[in-house]
Design a protein around this ligand. Structure first.
Ligand code: HEC
Length: 105
């Protein structure tokens, strides 16, 4: 195997490893922040399912920013009369990853 080919293969494998790491990191963030206490992927619990949320906002430009803001400050009246408490302690990086993950469920 030429050096160049080895390098290409290594780069590819690193990219794949990072991609899968990222994909699994996002539900971890949701778990770590207790989101699954009230939400699940595909069923309404106390809050709407992440799939319903993704469906509702998938064609809306700027939805990610709006959602991040609502998760931070808390929200009520969008899906029903049960409020979601504010989640002010999530870092920007975690929130970005979390919202991206939610919108692709
Ligand atoms: C105590 C229960 C509870 C927890 C914990 C909770 N949620 Fe919610 N969530 C709700 C409820 C109830 C609603 C619906 C609020 C409404 O109708 O306006 C909601 C709505 C949402 C929405 C939809 C907002 C919109 O604009 O339509 C998103 C996104 C969301 N939650 C994400 C999260 C994330 C991410 C976490 C974890 C950081 C989390 N929730 C934790 C109860 C909860």
């Amino acid at each position: 195997m030429s050096i160049q080919r080895t390098l290409t293969t290594t780069t590819l494998l690193t990219t794949l490893a990072l991609t899968s790491l990222n994909a699994s990191a996002n539900p971890q963030i949701a778990k770590a922040n207790d989101c699954f206490r009230c939400h699940s992927l595909d069923k309404k619990i106390i809050g709407p399912s992440f799939q319903d949320i993704a469906k509702r906002y998938k064609d809306e430009p700027g939805a990610a920013t709006k959602i991040a803001d609502r998760v931070r400050r808390g929200v009520v009246g969008v899906w029903g009369s049960t409020p979601m408490p504010a989640q002010p302690n999530i870092s920007d990086a975690d929130m970005n990853a979390l919202v991206k993950w939610m919108l692709t469920q």
